[in-house]
Design a protein around this ligand. Structure first.
Ligand SMILES: [Zn+2]
Length: 215
């Protein structure tokens, strides 16, 4: 019996020892969990940057088409109006030009620089540079202001003007709305019209001398 008891005891001792040696093994991988959080933090940072970068990239991408559209609009809409603030017009124009173009003023007769100006070229709007009249349509009306019997097509608007106790037709630049003068029906042929225009509302581009003109 004693032998049997020893055998059981030894077996139990071996089993306990074996169990004691085996138990730490499963717990050995335990140190690995601390590494997981360490890896998770960079992942979160990477995600954070990824969320920020797309926004930064999308903003310029979204702005590019927006920049292209305004560039295209003027080309597509040649009739687009020029709109400026009163301060911008004041800064751009001389006091006399501003008074005429933006305040519907009238220069004194026989004082304008273009009243007796008959060089070849194109008369433009002083406000926006739009070509308005060709020198070939200018004539000496004797009224004291530059006079034309025709204007370049699609450049001028007409407005009924009842100021100063008169019924007249005001003419303005179609592009910028600047006041030019008035139009009357006592002009010469072929139109019978007289565009009576302030010198101060116009610029002038001389006709270029053709290089081959002497030939
Ligand atoms: Zn204009």
């Amino acid at each position: 019996m004693k032998d049997a008891v020893f055998m059981v005891t030894m077996a139990a001792a071996l089993a306990s020892c074996g169990g004691g040696n085996q138990s730490p093994r499963p717990t050995a991988p335990a140190p690995s969990p601390p590494a997981a959080p360490a890896e998770a933090e960079p992942v979160l940072q990477a995600v954070g940057e990824a969320n920020i970068n797309p926004q930064n990239k999308q903003a310029p991408n979204a702005a590019l088409p927006a920049q292209h559209e305004p560039i295209m609009e003027p080309k597509q809409d040649a009739d687009a109006k020029i709109v400026k603030t009163d301060a911008e017009w004041r800064a751009q124009l001389t006091p006399e030009e501003y008074h005429i173009l933006r305040r519907k003023g009238t220069e004194r007769p026989f004082t304008g620089k273009f009243d007796h100006h008959f060089k070849d070229g194109t008369y433009t709007c002083k406000g926006c540079g739009t070509p308005l009249f060709l020198s070939g349509t200018k004539y000496n009306s004797g009224c004291g202001w530059p006079a034309f019997y025709d204007s370049m097509k699609g450049t001028i608007d007409t407005v009924r003007d009842t100021s100063h106790g008169m019924i007249r037709i005001e003419i303005t630049c179609k592009k910028c709305g600047g006041h030019l003068g008035h139009i009357f029906d006592d002009g010469p042929n072929p139109t019978g019209l007289r565009y009576c225009v302030n010198s101060g509302s116009m610029g002038f581009i001389p006709a270029e001398k053709k290089p081959g003109a002497s030939k």
